[in-house]
Design a protein. Structure first.
Length: 209
C-alpha cells in the first residue's frame, strides 16, 4: 500500500473525517469564514477570538475584517449593504444600518404578533428591574440560557442595547419606551415592588424597582 493510499484511508476514519470537516475548504478566503462566524455571534468578537476560531494570525484577521467592512460599505464600486460590521467594545459584530432600524423594527413587530412566552416575560421582568444588565447576569438570575429569549425581546423592540462594557465586551440591556406603552405606565418608577409579592416578603430583587 502506498503512502498516498494510507493517507486516504486515514481520512475515512471517523476521527480524521470529522477533523477535516471542521476546517474550511482549501482556498476559502479568511474573510468569508469570518463572515459566517459573525453571522451567528450574539456578542462582539475580538480579533483574538476570531483568529483563534479560524486558525489564522491576528494581522491576517485584522486585514480580513477591514476587507469585510469595506465590502459591506460598498467599496470598490460594490453595493452598500443594509447591514454593517461595526466595532463595539473591542469586538466586532453585525448591525442593521441605522437608517433601516425603523423599517426592520416594524417588520419584526408585524411578523411576530404572538404573545410572549413565560420565559420571555420572566426575562423581561429581570431586565426591567435590574437594568442595565448583561446577558450573563440575566442567565445567572434565571439559571437558564437566555440567548434566544433576549433576541426575541430585541426583535419585539421591548429592550435595547444600552452600552458595551469596555473591559469585558459584554452588552448591557435596558427596556424601551415601547414597554412602558404596553404596560400603560409613565416610567419605570411606576413598577411595583417585588418583595411584597414574595411569600416571605424579602429576597427577589431586593426591593428594587
Amino acid at each position: 500500500m502506498t503512502a498516498d493510499s494510507q493517507a486516504a484511508e486515514r481520512l475515512h476514519e471517523p476521527g480524521q473525517k470529522h477533523a477535516a470537516q471542521d476546517q474550511p475548504a482549501p482556498g476559502v478566503p479568511i474573510a468569508r469564514t469570518l463572515e459566517a462566524i459573525l453571522m451567528v455571534a450574539d456578542e462582539p468578537q475580538s480579533l483574538v477570538a476570531l483568529a483563534t476560531a479560524v486558525g489564522a494570525p491576528v494581522p491576517a484577521v485584522r486585514q480580513a475584517v477591514d476587507d469585510l467592512v469595506a465590502d459591506f460599505d460598498g467599496g470598490a464600486g460594490g453595493v452598500r449593504r443594509g447591514f454593517e460590521l461595526r466595532e463595539v467594545g473591542g469586538g466586532w459584530r453585525f448591525y442593521v444600518r441605522e437608517e433601516f432600524d425603523p423599517i426592520v423594527r416594524d417588520f419584526v413587530l408585524t411578523q411576530n404578533p404572538t404573545k410572549l412566552s413565560q420565559a420571555a416575560l420572566e426575562t423581561l421582568a429581570v431586565i426591567a428591574y435590574k437594568q442595565p444588565i448583561t446577558r450573563g447576569a440575566i442567565a445567572q438570575i434565571r439559571a437558564v440560557n437566555v440567548d434566544s429569549v433576549v433576541r426575541t425581546l430585541l426583535g419585539r423592540g421591548l429592550i435595547t442595547e444600552s452600552f458595551t462594557d469596555a473591559e469585558t465586551g459584554a452588552i448591557n440591556y435596558e427596556t424601551t419606551e415601547l414597554l412602558l406603552t404596553h404596560l400603560g405606565i409613565n416610567s419605570l418608577d411606576d413598577l411595583p415592588l417585588i418583595s411584597p409579592l414574595l411569600p416571605d416578603g424579602a429576597g427577589g430583587f431586593e426591593d428594587v424597582r
